[in-house]
Write a protein that binds this ligand. Structure first.
Ligand SMILES: Cc1ncc(COP(=O)(O)OP(=O)(O)O)c(N)n1
Ligand code: TZP
Length: 542
């Protein structure tokens, strides 16, 4: 018998022990169903068989009222008794082959997996779906394995490429983490994302389960309705086609808008370059705030603009973690500058933790930094510097990292490579003296963040205007982590510094690096959209 196709997009796993005081389980369940839950799993870890059966049977009647399928956790006998749509089993439960034999042929079997090996076994066993997790930390279950992390899900999903086994994520999924999870938990080729999210506490522990489910459902539907469903890009610009002239004029246009609007650029950066970065931001025409305390991140994230996270002298990791989470929640672009990430294992672990906690919009680094994140040893680092002549195939490196991390990657060097995983652009501006002043890479990060900020603000304004004009096809925008074209913003940021460096060295007063730095700030201050458009050396590589 053919199995029913189940909508796993908002999968409620029950947890009576988490109900708020005085909230009845059945009342909470019914409200959650009204809020848009698409499948329910009864999970009872301490109930005896009689109680479990009673709960499953009543839950089944309520689910039937809403046309929502019921899955039973662990217990094949209970599933059979209440004629459930399926069973969910864990790694140490009854084997899939036995479960399959006991259940009717149209019954769904779901299995928990936490790594690639378990996923391969589940694929072999031919389960109908897998629950991947725990993705985030959770207090709803005592975990015996380390969390998978959002970035660990992609490699598990790769196992299921080409199969029709569905996938849901579980563990710490809430309205505050769901979009970041769906965007990040994607195969590098972009063709597979999770088919849904399984949620316990965000719904069950809520005094308003209907509201909680509605919010989750709205975000999930917006994510799945994005225009480029084959490439779950966290912002709106995926799959655009460009010409070189178009890129130059759009970069120049962004500079004009930036100077007019002066976006706020929140920078958590290193102590070596903080003053220099703030001055460069001001010279460009944007507005810097160099705030590091975790307590102020939520307020700052509500002001439109962008966030820069630079780990050059990492001492404020807590602030970075909190700032990034709030930035994702408020759809603010995040530029991540993994300064010296290859130099110490501490920095590598910090970069990993940060990238697991929030979705970066742009990662900017030199060849050694990008190589470290891409897990290749072709280019070595010496402290914060990159050694040697770079990658034999820089385009492949930036493209692969952009796909893996689902963001724009900017790799600076004698030529700069910028990729969103589809389009890769090479820029050939810049004076070699840039490499001889400290923090030139850091100021590229600052300026890229300024342009990402203005791009995001402009996109928000366009969206408000479209909504005011009654345009209705904008709902999918609620599923984006950032709106705006971050590839063009990154190009504009790199060009602003590199073109300004060429203008700076032409100044008669420049005799070395000591006179170059103030001349560079002056050149940025005086930089015009025409300078950018006329001097930019832009090539679309592929
Ligand atoms: C959808 C979904 N995914 C994973 C689990 C976890 O199941 P398991 O590993 O069997 O752990 P317990 O739920 O039995 O504690 C799940 N229940 N649902
Ligand atoms: C049952 C289970 N399996 C892995 S994590 C988890 C609990 C998820 O609960 P929450 O949604 O409250 O984090």
């Amino acid at each position: 018998m053919a199995k029913p196709s189940i909508d796993l997009s908002l999968y409620l796993v029950t947890g009576r022990e988490l109900l708020p005081p005085n909230k009845d389980y059945y009342e909470s369940l019914e409200e959650a169903l009204q809020g848009g839950v698409t499948v329910v799993q009864v999970r009872e870890k301490t109930a005896d068989t009689g109680e479990f059966l009673d709960i499953a049977s009543k839950t089944s009647s309520i689910c039937a009222k809403y046309g929502v399928p019921l899955i039973i956790n662990d217990r094949v006998d209970i599933a059979l008794a209440v004629n459930a749509a399926g069973v969910h089993i864990g790694q140490s439960d009854m084997p899939v082959s036995v479960t399959r034999r006991l259940l009717p042929s149209d019954c769904i079997i779901g299995k928990s997996v936490s790594d690639v090996e378990e996923a391969k076994v589940a694929l072999e066993e031919g389960v109908d779906y897998v629950g991947i997790g725990a993705i985030w930390a959770t207090t709803s279950k005592k975990l015996v394995r380390p969390v998978v992390g959002v970035r660990g899900v992609g490699e598990i999903l790769e196992v299921f490429l080409g199969s029709d086994i569905k996938t849901v994520g579980i563990g710490g999924l809430k309205s505050t983490t769901v979009l970041r999870t769906l965007h990040g938990a994607t195969t590098p080729c972009g063709t597979r994302t999770l088919d849904g999210v399984a949620v316990v506490s965000d719904i069950v522990a809520s005094p308003n389960p209907r509201g909680s489910a509605e919010l989750l459902s709205k975000l999930i539907r917006a994510f799945y309705s994005r225009p480029s469903p084959n490439f779950a890009f966290p912002f709106s610009a995926a799959h655009q086609s460009y010409t070189e002239d178009d890129i130059k004029s759009r970069a120049a246009g962004l500079l004009k808008t930036l100077k007019a609007i002066k976006p706020l650029v929140h920078q958590i950066t290193n102590t070596v370059v903080a003053t220099q970065s703030a001055n460069i931001t001001l010279a460009l025409g944007a507005s810097p705030i160099m705030a590091t305390a975790p307590q102020e991140m939520e307020d700052l994230s509500k002001i439109p603009g962008a966030l820069l996270v630079n780990i050059g002298t990492i001492a404020n990791k807590d602030g970075m973690l909190v700032a990034g989470r709030h930035a994702n929640l408020n759809r603010k672009p995040i530029v991540f500058d993994p300064v010296g990430v290859g130099a110490t294992s501490f920095r590598r672990a910090a970069a990993d933790e940060l990238l697991n906690s929030w979705q970066a919009t742009v990662i900017k680094g030199n060849a050694a930094e990008i190589g470290t994140l891409a897990k290749t040893a072709e280019v070595q680092s010496k402290g914060v510097d990159s050694v040697g002549s770079g990658f034999s195939d820089p385009v492949a490196i930036v493209k692969a990292l952009a796909r893996k991390e689902r963001c724009v990657v900017v790799m600076t060097g004698p030529q700069d490579y910028i990729s969103d995983g589809h389009t890769t652009i090479r820029l050939s501006n810049g004076d070699p003296m840039l490499a001889d002043i400290t923090g030139s890479g850091c100021i590229v990060g600052t300026v890229v963040a300024s342009f990402c900020g203005i791009s995001s603000i402009s996109a928000q304004k366009r969206l408000s205007a479209q909504r005011a004009a009654g345009q209705t096809d904008t709902d999918h925008k609620a599923g984006l982590l950032v709106d705006g074209n971050m590839l063009i913003a990154s190009v504009a940021g790199v060009l602003a510094i590199t073109v300004a460096s060429e203008l700076a060295v032409e100044r008669p007063e420049v005799r070395g690096t000591g006179t170059f730095l103030p001349a560079l700030i002056d050149a940025i201050y005086g930089l015009t959209p025409e300078d950018v458009a006329s001097r930019a050396k832009v090539e679309i590589i592929r």
